[in-house]
Write a protein that binds this ligand. Sequence first.
Ligand code: 16G
Ligand code: ZN
Length: 531
Amino acid sequence: MAEFEEVAQKSKLHPKPEGLTLQYGTAGFRTNAKHLDHIMFRMGLLATLRSKKTKSTIGVMVTASHNPEEDNGVKLIDPMGEMVAATWEEYATQLANAEQDHLLAALKDIIEKEDISMSEAASVYIGRDTRPSSAALSQAVLDGVSSLGGKTHDYGLVSTPQLHYMVCCCNTKGRYGSATLEGYYQKLSQAFLQLTHNVPNRTDDQKRLLLDGANGIGALKMKELEPFIRSELQVVLSNDGSSGKLNHLCGADYVKVQQKAPQGVSMGVGERCCSFDGDADRIVYYYTDSKNCFHLLDGDKIATLISTFLKELLTQAGLNLQVAVVQTAYANGSSTRYLEDVMKVAVCCTKTGVKHLHHAAQEYDIGVYFEANGHGTVLFSKAAQKQIVELVKDSNVNDERKHAAKLLENTVNLINQTVGDAISDMLVIEAVLAIRGMSVQDWDEIYTDLPNRQLKVTVSDRRVINTTDAERRAVTPEGLQDAIDSLVKKYKNARSFVRPSGTEDVVRVYAEADTQEGADRLAHEVSLAVH
Ligand code: 16G
Ligand code: ZN
């Protein structure tokens, strides 16, 4: 056990409160920050093992995204910048819950199961959001890594998608970009400027965007990016973290769930606005019309805008590549109908959680994935990227095809393919609106959302609900799905489903119908059936 001497010693500085158990959920561990010190130390250990196993750099991000400021959390990032593999989520839970004197045994167990050679080098990248607890917690991660002899690079304050990007850049030896913040800003801003600088007749109003930074890391990072893109986009930043509290009455989650504008942003009629969430991996857009009515453009509208743009460019470029859109059960029924019936793109539905959407999107030439809550990105297969780059270089094609190929190439470079990235998504959306000469109202009018309602229900044990068909149908408890079916039948254009949350101890209820009143009533009735 001598090789674990340092782990044994250092773990005493990060003791586990006896009896406390936590799960590595949909987005890692997440709870009140005061329960997380031992988790961070142990995730440092686990990331080191994962690094030895994969012979690659692994990422550890300290954040609780849109949760309240008092919470915190941690996520592991796999070599290509994607979410950590499912079996390792289980190891994370086991290691997190081992009582103090069983920690070494739990660690050895993973080493044996995975046949890890402890002499292998290890490298871990670490990042954190702006929560007051994040600095000390990321120190605990560093302690964990160093107690197993791993090398660390601490990026300090970065957005979640920036850390995913760094991990991918490192493991692809710079082919994806350089693993520095400067490299990230250079890559994105160059692509953005190439896309927009030739667009004729853009007015100052069209170049102006109001941004709610959720008082978080996204605001900080936008200030760093701003000088690079200033000539083509003037971002007016609110909730920049200088006085307000993180995610409090602002941010993408607040705007999406409350379906209203955040506090602290003064919006003129028709002005284009967007909100980031607390770690800048989600974005939603919105505006108010002349009747003071609020309009939300969520992940579904974003997926529609981007996939339509890509499809048109592919046609112009004469490239035969399939575009598909990946959604979850929360996607508004109108968006699915529009994409399938009007746009004729393939639509696929997966379970909630980025890893599910990401994997499904990898199956296509071009997979656009977005959750309705605003988390999403676009994945281009290697073959698709190759075809695009080759067409740009081809001297035998006409100007129109070449122009379209060039736009596609810059769009590929502008997108953070490792994970949904609010900054990258914002620049893609701004570029598409500019190139297509569309206002936020034009975009909104592509289709009309069906009225919908989300509720949460507290039950004694949410695990009694099991679902199938990408969470659209409940298989247990018996009779629940029949009850939902008969309630849905009473409404026009209606749909409803229930699922246990992966991040909170609640059951979520979703309903949509042809009127807001109907959607509200249906959601309420279904929530009663859950009890
Ligand atoms: C997490 C997921 C998000 C999902 C949400 C659902 C990641 C990085 N984040 O925040 O994609 O929409 O959980 O939460 O996977 P729920 O299970 O509580 O509804
Ligand atoms: Zn987030």
